[in-house]
Write a protein that binds this ligand. Structure first.
Ligand code: GRF
Length: 203
């Protein structure tokens, strides 16, 4: 399975995927790492791992659609079969979605549909929830609204800060994202309307 990873930040989710591929747990290949930020740590991690990387600087595109078209062209050139958003901080246009129908995944640091949008970890703290977590979902036209693939829950502790809670969630992100991609690679995900069925089910 040829993966295209889109990242804007440090790339720890990318690193988890690289590590699972290298230890043989995840039978996939990262065909391309794309970023919209020239300074993204994800690009550095890709270079260190010898993976093709490309920065498409959004400043060079007069509008979002041209920027998205450039990304789609690069992903198709690399024969990407599954697009993985890993800390990619831009919305995906409908044209991009149509280029990869049901083949774009994202990870969100909350138990969707709770706390969609930005600062999900802070939202959980502000609401005094006892449990929060992270969600891998297929991307659809909404914001963090696509069919859910895998989730993981973590406790919110009394003395948690944004940093301690975010770190606890991130550890689970690094576990469930490679797992979700593995299920896709094994052909075990089936979309039924808005629900994702895993066949055979996870034990
Ligand atoms: C993670 O918190 C993830 O949930 C969100 O952006 C962050 C990505 O972190 N989508 P990293 O760049 O993978 O370290």
């Amino acid at each position: 399975l040829r993966l295209g990873i889109l990242a804007s930040g440090g790339g720890t989710n990318l690193q988890a995927i690289i590590d699972r591929i290298q230890d043989g747990t995840l039978h996939a290949e990262i065909a391309l790492i794309l970023s919209n930020k020239p300074t993204a740590g994800a690009l550095q991690r890709g270079r260190l791992a010898g993976i093709p990387t490309l920065c498409i600087d959004q400043q060079q595109y007069k509008n979002r659609l041209d920027f998205d078209r450039a990304m789609v062209a690069a992903l198709n050139e690399a024969r990407v079969e599954l697009v993985v958003l890993a800390g990619f901080m831009r919305l995906i246009s409908n044209e991009f979605l149509e280029a990869f129908p049901d083949r774009i995944m994202n990870i969100h640091p909350a138990l969707l549909p709770a706390f969609s949008g930005l600062n999900a970890q802070q939202q959980a703290l502000d609401h005094g929830t006892r449990i929060t977590g992270c969600t891998v979902h297929f991307v659809d036209a909404g914001v963090d609204t696509g069919p859910i693939v895998v989730q993981a829950a973590v406790p919110v502790l009394q003395n948690d800060t944004l940093e301690t809670l975010s770190a606890r969630i991130l550890r689970q992100e690094h576990r469930i994202y490679p797992e979700a991609i593995r299920l896709f690679a094994e052909g075990r995900l089936r979309l039924e309307g808005r629900r994702v069925l895993i066949d055979p089910p996870l034990e």
